[in-house]
Design a protein around this ligand. Structure first.
Ligand code: SAM
Length: 284
């Protein structure tokens, strides 16, 4: 099968099937072989790996993955792409295509079935409209993972790796950094896709920690605090946590815990490190 990373091959297959792009599914297909090579290299795929690809599209990256991995599972929501994938992946017997919404798939169960519960690698050019729920779903549902190597909107990649005191710092930064070590691998301009997205993109690799970099007694509680802190970003922690109906905390108890940590009672969540959120959660 022709390499779909070459634009004319992608155009040919799209025309053959009279495929119409669906904006609602975030369909921007990669048409750049050097970007594809970089993603595969960054993901460090070996012939022992079981890889989950989210949104294979017409199978461009799937072909690359099938060449290097032992097994590829590709989950695609758009049923119009299924006959195309049957053709473009016909040369490979190590690919399983599942026509489903990734947010409805039990990925932990899939990893159990396909990889005996051993850690899998996730590689994807993500549909940007659901980047955060996909990543959070993989982490929070405790899917056995080695790494996630994904194309995302540039701004979101930045958000994943910044620390306190920057405007991009938020709940996503803290969640990603609790579970994984983020590393931006490449910046990718709009002309590497068809159709061109109207934002810049970046490839980021998240390498899962075996043990998180900070210890916390109740992970769920810490993330509830983090979410509440950034829901009302401009408010002080005493106000945002003390007013949150779900948390059931008094302003006094928040102020007291901050005092024990030698932090100002007027401090905002955006100034706290992951370690400080863990400590605050334990104190509360
Ligand atoms: N991997 C292909 C490539 O690189 O050319 C396509 C990437 S495109 C940015 C995102 C893909 O995700 C599309 O094929 C789209 O149909 C699919 N998709 C969108 N929402 C999805 C969902 N909820 N579950 C599974 N796939 C989804």
């Amino acid at each position: 099968m022709a390499n779909l990373g070459i634009p004319r091959n992608t155009i040919e297959i799209l025309q053959k099937y009279q495929f119409n792009f669906q904006k609602k599914f975030g369909q921007n297909f990669l048409i750049d072989t050097s970007v594809l090579d970089r993603i595969i290299a960054a993901a460090e795929i070996t012939d022992e790996d079981c890889v989950l690809e989210i949104g294979p599209g017409i199978g461009t990256m799937t072909q690359y993955l099938a060449e290097s991995a032992r097994e590829v599972i590709a989950v695609e929501i758009d049923r119009n792409l299924i006959p195309i994938l049957e053709e473009t992946l016909s040369a490979y017997d190590n690919v399983t295509v599942i026509n489903e919404d990734i947010l409805k798939v039990d990925v932990a169960k899939l990893a159990q079935e396909k990889n005996g519960g051993k850690p899998i690698k996730v590689v994807a050019n993500l549909p940007y409209y659901i980047t955060t729920p996909i990543i959070m779903g993989l982490f929070e549902n405790h899917v056995p993972l080695q790494s996630i190597t994904i194309m995302v909107q540039k701004e979101v990649a930045d958000r994943m790796q910044v620390g306190p005191g920057t405007k991009d710092y938020g709940a996503l930064s803290l969640a990603v950094q609790y579970y994984a070590k983020p590393q931006i691998v490449a910046n990718v301009p709009p002309n590497c896709f068809m159709p061109r997205p109207n934002v810049g993109s970046a490839v980021i690799r998240l390498t899962r920690y075996e043990t998180p970099p900070v210890q916390v007694k109740d992970e769920k509680k810490m993330f509830a605090l983090i979410r509440a802190s950034f829901n009302q970003r401009r408010k002080t922690l005493v106000n945002s946590l003390g007013n949150d109906p779900k948390l059931n905390l008094s302003k006094e108890s928040v102020a007291q815990a901050l005092g024990q940590m030698q932090l100002s009672p007027t401090i905002r969540g955006e100034a706290l490190t992951l370690e400080q959120f863990a400590r605050l959660s334990d104190l509360l």
